[in-house]
Design a protein around this ligand. Sequence first.
Ligand code: GRF
Length: 197
Amino acid sequence: MNIAVFASHGGSDLQAIIDGCKNEQINATVTVVISNNGNSMALQRAKNENIPSFHMSAKKYGSEEVLATEILNVLNQYNVDMIFLAGYMRLLHISILEKYNNRIFNIHPALLPKFGGKGMFGMNVHTAVIKAKEKETGVTIHRVNAEYDSGEIVAQTKVAVMENDTPEVLAERVLYREHEFLIEVISNIANGKIQLG
Ligand code: GRF
């Protein structure tokens, strides 16, 4: 299974996926990395691993339509079977959603459908969880559709919220769990337990 990872910032989830493939916990290969952010650590991580990587944004190509066509060309060129959004801060164009129907997944740092949707990213999520006095939060991996965080949930895992947690401390605990959980879930996609469309 050839995976394309899309990421906008730090790329620690990307790194977990790359490492899981390299040490054969996941029976797949990250064949290409795409970022809308030319300065992202994610692109740097791909370069460090000699994985082809591309900075692709609507700003760079002039429109969402041209961007989508260019992304589809890259996905085709690298024979991509599955797309994983690992901290990718953009919605995907309908042409990409249609072509890779059921084959696009996102990771979200909370137990969806709670704490999801537009604006619910990064520290905003963990701040909202603490404010709501939740006793537990977690990680959700779901299929991607045309709205933020609303596609079919394929896997969830829980993470405890401690009494004195700050959003930063909680974020770190959740991210740590993400790195383990990504390996479990993507290997289940690669071995067919979670089906591609
Ligand atoms: C993760 O918390 C993920 O759940 C969310 O974006 C974050 C990405 O972190 N979608 P990183 O850039 O991989 O370190």
